[in-house]
Design a protein around this ligand. Sequence first.
Ligand SMILES: [Fe+2]
Ligand SMILES: [Fe+2]
Length: 284
Amino acid sequence: MASPPDIQDRTRAKKEVRRIKNLPTVPGIVAKISRIVENPETSVADVGRLISQDQVLSAKVLRMANSAFFGMSRKISSIPQALIILGFEVVKGLVLTSSVFDMIQKSMAGLWEHSIGCAAASGVIATYLGRDDAEEVLVAGLLHDLGKVVLALNLPAEMSLVREKVAQDRLYFHEAETQVLDFDHAEIGQWLAEHWNLPESLSEPMRLHHRPEKAVVKPEWTAIVHLADIIVRAIGFGNGGDLLVPEISPAAWSLLGLKKTDFLPILENLEPKLASLRDLTALA
Ligand SMILES: [Fe+2]
Ligand SMILES: [Fe+2]
C-alpha cells in the first residue's frame, strides 16, 4: 500500500537533509546534552557543567537569558542558575539557537533578526494572555524558522531560485520552497527538532506556524508563534525572506480569544522590547 503523500514528502525531505554536511556541531552538543539528561543520575549541576565547558556558547546563552526577552528582575550569572530559573527546555532551546545561528552567514542576519523578533513577540503575546509558560513559547518563536538556516546553508542554488520566485511570482516563501523543493522550511524544521530530541511542543510550532489550525499538541503555542511571526513581518523587524505579509489564521485568532482591540496593547508592549533587542543581532 502506498504511503500517504505527507509521509512521502517527509521521506524525501529527510533524504535531502541527510546530504547536509554543515550541521554536525549543533546536533553534537544538543545530542550530548539530551543523552546526559536522560540518565536519571544526572543532576542539574552536571548539565550546567557540560554547557559551561563551551565558554563562547555559555556567554551567548547568558546574554540571551539576560536580554529583554525574559525581563528577569535579577541577573542570571551562570548556566546552572539559568537552568534553575528558566528550566531545562528553555536553556536547551537557547543553546540550540545560538549554535545554529552561529552558522548563519552575514547575508542571513535578517533571518536572525526576524527570529529574535518573533521570539520577543511570542513572549509578549503569551504574557499578555496571562500564560505562565511565556519563556517556553518564546523559545518556540526563536526556533520557528530554523529550517530556513539549514536549507540556505545546504541547498544554496535551490534557495536562490526560491528567492527569485518570491520576488517574481509574488509567492510566500514557503510556497516558493514547495514549488522548488517539494517541501518547505517548516517540514525541515520539524524533522530537525525530532532529530535533536526537542519536545513536540517545540517541534509542532516549527512545522505548523504557517498552518496553525492543524496543531494538536500545544495548539496555543503554534497559534502564538503564527501570530508573532506575522506581527514582526508587518512591523518590518528583520527579514525572514518574505515580501508579503500573510493573513492571520482565523482559527488561531479565535483559539487565543483575541479581539482587534488587543492589537494595540500587544504592539505597545512589544516595541520597547524590539528596540532593546537590536544589540542581540550582533550575536550572529
Ligand atoms: Fe516560517
Ligand atoms: Fe518566520
